[in-house]
Ligand binder design. Structure first.
Ligand code: RIB
Length: 289
């Protein structure tokens, strides 16, 4: 690791969010609250989480030439993220996520990839990873671009942090090029023995468990909060973890700090709108001991 820059390659989605008392059953229609259109997408969320906490972050992705795309670019830019490599593709809609949130703050999400689907290795700028500390990846864009970015990060000596989400097949060769895997319990059960030497399994209100080769697993408790909306909490965790790893924290300490960011995100509505600034995080950490 030669610098502190974080590079995030992946997805941006407009989140179309409706809150309901409970989730509908198949075939059932329920009345919900007013629709909210909020900035989201796993990679954009990770970038915004790290940027709002003061990180130097570059986001690479694609949106359509539409209102959703403008919302996403401006939300990331407002968090201090370099969006000069977020491409605007005419004739393709920005990715969207249809989200329901129930009274307990749990969610269901269906993603329509839009412009994310066409992100390609050729969209990675030359020298993108040179001098970078961490590359963040998820699986909301195509396997080729994810693998190309992982290869470039490895060649440049940057740490590769992979969130294998949404769940599904992991591109062949990705786990071998991953230094730190961040996944939830569901994804961990699906992946089984993944062979990545360092991983963090997030467990919602039960915190996370840090696994490092040759050491006993370390449980890290969550900071207790009243959950309002858990959408994007895992992305807040991942972005904050990337920031702390880029700053040189050991994995357990980085996970402890990232847990506080995820807790704050759970206590507020939306994905990106719920992410704290550095000052908010400091005040929260001081108040929660
Ligand atoms: O992890 C939450 C995110 O998943 C949402 O913001 C949605 O856009 C989907 O990508």
């Amino acid at each position: 690791m030669s610098g502190r820059r974080i590079v995030v390659v992946g997805s941006l989605n407009a989140d179309l969010v409706v809150r309901t008392e409970r989730f509908p059953r198949p075939g059932e229609t329920l009345r919900g609250q007013d629709l909210a259109v909020l900035p989201g997408g796993k990679s954009a969320n990770q970038a915004v989480a790290a940027g709002r906490l003061g990180g130097e972050v570059v986001l690479v992705g694609a949106v359509g030439d539409d209102e959703h795309g403008r919302l996403l670019r401006s939300s990331a830019a407002a968090a201090g993220v370099d969006v000069s490599h977020v491409l605007v593709r005419a004739g393709t809609p920005t990715g969207t996520a249809v989200i329901t949130v129930d009274a307990a703050g749990e969610n269901t999400i269906v993603v329509s990839p839009g412009a994310n689907a066409a992100l390609a290795p050729a969209d990675l700028p030359a020298g993108l990873l040179e001098g970078a500390a961490v590359l963040c990846l998820c699986l909301e864009v195509g396997a080729e671009v994810v693998l190309a970015a992982a290869r470039a990060a490895r060649a440049a000596g940057a740490l590769v942090l992979t969130n294998p989400s949404p769940s599904g097949p992991v591109p062949a060769g990705l786990l071998e090029r991953t230094d730190v895997l961040v996944l939830n319990e569901h994804e961990a059960a699906q992946l089984g023995g993944h062979g990545v030497p360092r991983s963090v399994v997030t467990r919602g209100a039960r915190g996370c468990v840090v696994h490092e080769e040759g050491a006993a697993p370390v449980p890290v408790p969550a900071v207790p909060v009243e959950a309002v909306d858990t959408t994007g909490c895992g992305d807040a965790f991942t972005g904050a973890l990337a920031l702390r790893l880029a700053a040189g924290d050991p994995l357990v300490e980085a996970a402890r700090r990232a847990g506080a960011v995820a807790a704050l995100a759970a206590a507020r509505a939306g994905a990106q709108p719920s992410y704290p600034s550095r000052e908010e995080l400091e005040a929260f950490t001081a108040a929660s001991g």
